[in-house]
Design a protein around this ligand. Sequence first.
Ligand code: UDP
Length: 258
Amino acid sequence: MSRRRQVYEGKAKILYEGPEPGTLIQYFKDDAIAFNAQKRGTISGKGVLNNRISEHLFTLLGQIGVPTHFIRRLNMREQLIRQVEIIPIEVVVRNVAAGTLSTRLGIEEGTQLPRTIIEYYYKDDALGDPMIADEHIACFGWASQEEMNDIADMAVRVNDFLCGLFAAIGIRLVDFKLEFGRLWENDYARTILADEISPDGCRLWDMRTNEKLDKDRFRRDLGGEAEAYQEVARRLGLLPEGENIVLDLDQHRQKKGR
Ligand code: UDP
């Protein structure tokens, strides 16, 4: 690896200084972490797949007018992005009951919600990302009212677009998490979509079989997580027929004697 300056290391990604001011390089790791870092592992090839999947989805979202931090993919595991100031709020959009919504409110997993729910969580690992309301965001100044309006509007647009996109390839978009950032232009900050959209932060169920094609395979010890991520990439048309990133990587490792 190069001697670039590391700006930040998160659970699934590393950020390096970019080639020009205002840019960063986002590197996708194979590390998988769940339950606020209580469960750790690796999913072979995940970083490569998430880089491709996120590139694809952010590019399409850009084309329908959702501003994003994505500039271009650089290589298998890296993409060039715009540097933003991350707004410390995780935005969760839900179409179907699952995960914490089901456990917290006792609603059976898989129940179609009569309307889409948007929830906010305060991004703070030490506090375990607690759920918050608009009132907390306003009270503690985590985002302005204008930013929250933009975020809610974009979350709905992203959801409508992705629901259709995934439905067309036989996948139900159950829920997902978004993060937004402030792009400073002189004294004015524009709110844009940041982070990533990949099976790490989405629940994706096969429409026919209800099979989980996302990080729940890891969280719930179901096995086959690499194959599930690969299946999502394949259905999105990102893997030429016959290409198998997981096996290819394994063969590559064996060749290198690792
Ligand atoms: N999610 C995420 N990061 C988090 C928490 C949730 O990406 O720190 C995603 C998760 O993958 C799911 C959605 O947000 O698609 C809703 O997650 P939930 O609140 O059900 O929590 P979980 O069961 O994932 O802990």
